[in-house]
Structure formats: C-alpha cells, structure tokens
Design a protein around this ligand. Sequence first.
Ligand code: ZN
Length: 157
Amino acid sequence: MAIRTIRIQGDPVLEKTCKEVKEITPRIRELIGDMLDTMYEANGVGLAAPQVGILRRLVVIDIGDGPVVMINPKILEMSGEQTGDEGCLSLPGKAGAVTRPNYVKVIAYDENMEEYEIEGTELMARAMCHEIDHLDGHMYTEKVEGALHDVTNEDEE
Ligand code: ZN
C-alpha cells in the first residue's frame, strides 16, 4: 500500500464524471488500500477516487467508526437538512458552510462486490453526499454559502 498524491482543486480530473467499477481487480484492490492510507495520512474523513486521479466510482469514508468502502454508491433516500462547515482534502486549509440533508441512505458495493445499504445522519450523511458529489465532478465550493474561511488541522473530506 502506498500514499497517493491528492489532486488539488483546479486539476481537471476533479471536474469529470467517473465510470462504474465492474469488478474487483488487483488494481482496484490496491487502489482501495492506497485510498484508505492516503485518507488517514491526511487526517481526512473521506476520499473519492478522482481525488487521487482515478476516474472510478469509488469512495472511502471513516468518520471515526472504522473504514467504509463504497463502490458505485447511489443515494436512495435523503431527508432533513443540516448546515455546517465543510472542507475538502483537495482544497487544504479552507472550509465553508454547506447545507446538506441530515439523513441519507445509500446503496453501494463493498470491497468484495457485495451489495449493501448504509444509512447515515449528521457527519456521515454529509460525508456521503460530499464524496458522491466528487464522482460526478462536483466540489463542495459550488454549494458553499458565503465565503470560504481558513482552517488549520480540521477534518477534511
Ligand atoms: Zn472533497
């Protein structure tokens, strides 16, 4: 496993739509491990494959409850609303207020291509929305309310 280079906003790879993962190949398995290493190394709570330059629908999240791998994730349900500060490993040192659903239910495949559903509220709901947006080329800065502000050592996605 290895730490990969995190792409920074302005890199065109962050603006593209990712393709579905069809099967777990050795390369995909290695990518999942590397993405987890890279996320933990950067003290992030989530990382999407395009953030390491790979245009595949693959996300890793850990809000402190252990790693979650989401392949080809789709949002099935969302409800409620939360507004709070959001950051991104592709825009280090910055954060801004974003309104997201307070509850999200997602269907995805795990690292063995087993389909599963996962629900999340608050930070988990925010992280899932943020990371899935990356798979369609969207950054949270498109949704930010007001100005970005500087942060140090805050959890970033
Ligand atoms: Zn992000």
